[in-house]
Ligand binder design. Structure first.
Ligand code: DMJ
Length: 568
């Protein structure tokens, strides 16, 4: 029977025969090509036949050489490959390739370097150099330059906070020629002061800056200076509870809280100096200091559990320094006065994954943020609000925009799957992404393309309760984390838009300035450039346009002032 199958086989056989005959005829053409192409023997003159014979011999010789060359090189290749194979070279390089593939699969596509990204990275570096040059010319050694009047400001201890806060950015941006002058300055700083200095700000900017510069460069000068400063600051922790006072006179060790605080301590201040002192404790092998820092946070957790009427995971901003008790009538916020306390819960766990208590506290807080503090504006913009005496304020601060980045970091870099299962990570990441898109929207809606500091979401409209811009980093910080973690280019695009507008409206002849009002033209400048513009805003922008090999997130953790510490 001429079935379909038989017909198919016959066709295959026919194709095979055709192919075979084609190959044979090709080979025979090649074989006969020689005498046809050259002069066939037996015809022509003696000289012609002689020339032909010579050519033939030469051709045969060449063929022999080519053949033995081929055999020899194949043998060599086999020998070399087997040597590499036995010494594991091939294996480890395959491992490296696999690692790249794994990262790509995890969404980390930042490996692709392209012209546009390199250009943007260069533009951010240029902005840093522009701002730095102005500071160097007009204010070197002072805390800050006033960017429009070019006079100096010294309200951060007067030790040149811009220099210390910028050291690691200078190293990361590979602007090392700027370092000798900075090092000379750092070596001459005398941290003994007769004036009160802020414990929190000194810790995150100076101590954090020095530790990070040491972690990135290994230059012992920075570590020695960090030790010198921390020793002078330690009396600030001599309170009944062990929690740090707000300010200290380093000359006398006298510490206390400022009058404006009306006897209370602030959550973000007492709860976010731990990362700096813990990293230093590791570098100096001071286990007691390390434990002391952990104990402060445990005390706050115990006091939170005792406080009445508070949702689990949320902490009011005012605290009694004597025992860490919370003033439950004070507000709960993830923005200013609360922010970095939550950030340091996660980061202390990343620093030491065996301290699971911090992970538990952190996860409770994120859950509580979603449950109690988050709202949707006009159906599609998620924001995190403040709450006081059981009442939501519907206020959203630029400062809160660090939270999406923090959450994204946790979803990727917490190793403990039992406490942080996959489904929870996914829902947290989705929430964080929604909040980040609100942060970006708040830039995009302004005529300046720059977000206001505080906004109130009210009945379908936005009220800008503080329309200034202080060159803050938080949205850019979150864009950086999101790009690193998802590899989605939209985060880079948003960062670039923000950067372009900063250059357009904040750049002065000598550096960059904050704006008094981002909602109204001509976007008047406020004559202020805080050191976090160098330490965070420009650093996170630069990292946004860098590959993941620049400060990899599994090797470093950033303090709240953008200073990366080694995780070891
Ligand atoms: C920085 O000094 C730190 O990030 C701090 O934690 C709060 N915010 C400012 C920058 O806005």
């Amino acid at each position: 029977k001429d079935t379909n199958r038989n017909r198919k086989w016959r066709r295959i056989r026919r194709i095979y025969k055709i192919l075979r005959s084609r190959i044979y005829s090709l080979i025979s053409t090649f074989k006969s090509a020689e005498p046809i192409l050259l002069n066939p023997l037996g015809t022509g003159s003696f000289q012609q036949r002689h020339r032909y014979q010579q050519k033939l011999q030469m051709q045969q010789k060449l063929r022999r050489i080519a053949f033995s060359g081929f055999v020899l090189s194949s043998l060599c290749l086999i020998i070399v490959l087997s040597i590499f194979f036995f010494f594991g070279w091939l294996l480890s390089s395959a491992e490296r390739v696999l690692e790249v593939v794994r990262q790509l699969e995890g969404g980390d596509r930042a490996f692709h370097r392209d012209h546009k990204t390199e250009f943007r990275r260069g533009a951010v570096k240029d902005a840093f150099v522009h701002a730095w040059t102005g500071y160097e010319i007009h204010a070197f050694g002072h805390d800050e330059i006033r960017p429009t009047s070019n006079i100096t400001n010294d309200s951060w201890g007067g030790w040149g906070v811009t220099i210390v806060d910028s050291l690691d950015t200078i190293i990361i941006m590979d602007l090392k020629h700027l370092l000798p002058r900075c090092e000379d300055h750092v070596s001459k700083i005398n941290f003994v002061s007769e004036k009160f200095i802020s414990v929190f700000e000194t810790s995150i900017r100076y101590l954090g800056g020095l530790i990070s510069a040491y972690d990135l460069s290994g230059n012992i000068l920075y570590l020695n200076k960090a030790k010198e400063l921390s020793k002078l600051m330690l009396p600030a922790f001599d309170s009944e509870s062990g929690l740090p006072f707000h300010e200290i006179i380093t000359k006398t060790g006298v510490a206390g809280n400022a009058a404006w605080m009306q006897g209370a301590s602030i959550l973000s201040e007492v709860g976010s100096v731990q990362l700096e002192f813990k990293r230093l404790a590791r570098l100096t092998n001071d286990k007691e200091l390390y434990q002391k820092m952990s104990d402060q946070i445990i005390l706050l957790r115990d006091q939170q559990l005792k406080a009445k009427g508070l949702p689990k995971g949320l902490y009011p901003v005012k605290i009694k320094i004597e025992n860490g008790a919370f003033d439950v009538s004070s507000k709960v916020t993830i923005g200013g006065l609360g922010d970095s306390f939550y950030e340091y819960l996660l980061k202390q766990h990343l620093m030491d994954p065996t301290e699971t208590v911090f992970l538990k506290m952190y996860l409770e807080s994120v859950d509580a943020m979603i449950e109690n503090l988050s709202f949707t504006f006009n159906g599609n913009h998620t924001f995190i609000t403040e709450y006081q005496n059981n009442k939501q304020q519907y206020l959203f601060e630029h400062l809160t925009c660090f939270a999406p980045g923090m959450i994204a970091l946790g979803t990727k870099h917490v190793k403990n799957n039992d406490l942080y299962p996959k489904e929870k990570r996914t829902s947290h990441l989705v929430f964080a992404d929604n909040v980040l898109s609100t942060c970006v929207m708040l830039y995009d809606v302004q005529p300046s393309g720059i977000a206001a500091d505080t906004v109130k979401f009210e009945d379908g409209s936005l009220e800008f309760t503080n329309s200034a811009y202080y060159l803050r980093p938080e949205t850019i910080e979150s864009l950086f984390y999101f790009f690193r973690i998802t590899g989605d280019d939209k985060y880079r695009e948003a960062g670039w838009r923000i950067f372009e507008n900063i250059v357009k409206y904040c750049r002065t002849d000598s550096s960059f300035s904050g704006l008094k009002d981002v909602t109204k033209k001509p976007f008047e400048k406020n004559n202020s450039m805080q050191s976090f513009f160098f330490a965070e805003t420009l650093k996170y922008l630069y990292l946004l346009f860098s590959g993941p090999d620049v400060i990899p997130l599994d090797k470093y953790v950033f303090n709240t002032e953008g200073h990366p510490f080694l995780l070891k």
